[in-house]
Ligand binder design. Structure first.
Ligand code: SF4
Ligand code: SF4
Length: 236
């Protein structure tokens, strides 16, 4: 087992002042269990303090470190060097920002713009429903509860939306659909009709052509395309 690897990172840079973008090569030695966020930090420390990238929790829960690595949207905080070398079969990595929002600088994208898609579906209870079991908890069937819990594992990392070709052509995007479906499945919500209007509109689920790219890249292993299929079928 190798203890460290000589890596080549080809990173897409973007300078907002000159609006120029280019690929910059960094050669760096990295221990086998460093995560890609650790390697980016090492580059900042040892090679280039100007390289900008994003992360927050670094425990695969906030979705802020999503980048495209050798064409695949991934969480940089979750990817160990040795796993990356094995998965891609190379020590050379091309790293680009996710594509659902414009870059602000280097690997940092305008997440507010990306979140506009999620905010479009109003990811909160719009019309609180009347609880038919007055004085008791809201009831939800075990079958719906299972789906609900699965869908609420989404961290809005936008990896699925980046992988989805339709997301770049007017579709609100797979994670926005999931966020809406979460509220549809929620017995406390009484705005299903309003939600379906958007989900069945020109920006909605029929933009999806079931390529499964979203399910394939989801770092939480959510079968995103299956949820979109549920909306298409009206099976909540
Ligand atoms: S299955 Fe649908 S939502 Fe998922 S990536 Fe393909 S087109 Fe996009
Ligand atoms: S469904 Fe998966 S890939 Fe898409 S935003 Fe949620 S966690 Fe990320």
């Amino acid at each position: 087992m190798k203890e460290s690897y000589s890596l080549v990172f080809n990173i897409k840079r973007y300078d907002p002042e000159t609006r120029k973008s280019w690929f910059q090569e960094y050669r760096i030695e990295a221990g086998r269990i460093l995560r890609f966020t650790d390697v980016l930090r090492k580059i900042n420390k040892e090679l280039d303090p100007t390289l900008s990238w994003n992360s927050s929790c670094e425990h695969a829960q906030c979705g802020s470190c999503s980048v495209v690595i050798n064409g695949r949207p991934m969480l940089a905080c979750e990817l160990l060097v040795e796993n990356a070398v094995e998965y891609f079969g190379t020590t050379t990595f091309r790293i680009e920002p996710i594509t659902v929002a414009p870059a602000l600088r280097d690997l940092v994208v305008d997440l507010e713009k990306a979140y506009d898609r999620v905010h479009r579906i109003r990811p909160f209870v719009i019309n609180p429903s009347r609880n038919p079991n007055q004085g008791q908890e809201y009831r939800i069937s075990p079958r719906v509860m299972e789906r609900y819990l699965e869908a609420t594992r989404c961290i809005n990392c936008f990896c699925c939306a980046t992988a989805c070709i339709s997301s770049h052509k007017g579709f609100i995007g797979p994670n926005a659909v999931i966020a809406s479906l979460v509220r549809i499945m929620d017995p406390r919500e009484d705005a299903t009709e309003e939600r379906l209007k958007l989900l069945y509109s020109n920006e909605g689920v029929y933009r999806c052509h079931t390529s499964m790219a979203c399910s394939n890249v989801c770092p939480k292993n959510i079968d995103v395309a299956h949820f979109i299929g549920m909306v298409k079928d009206g099976d909540f």
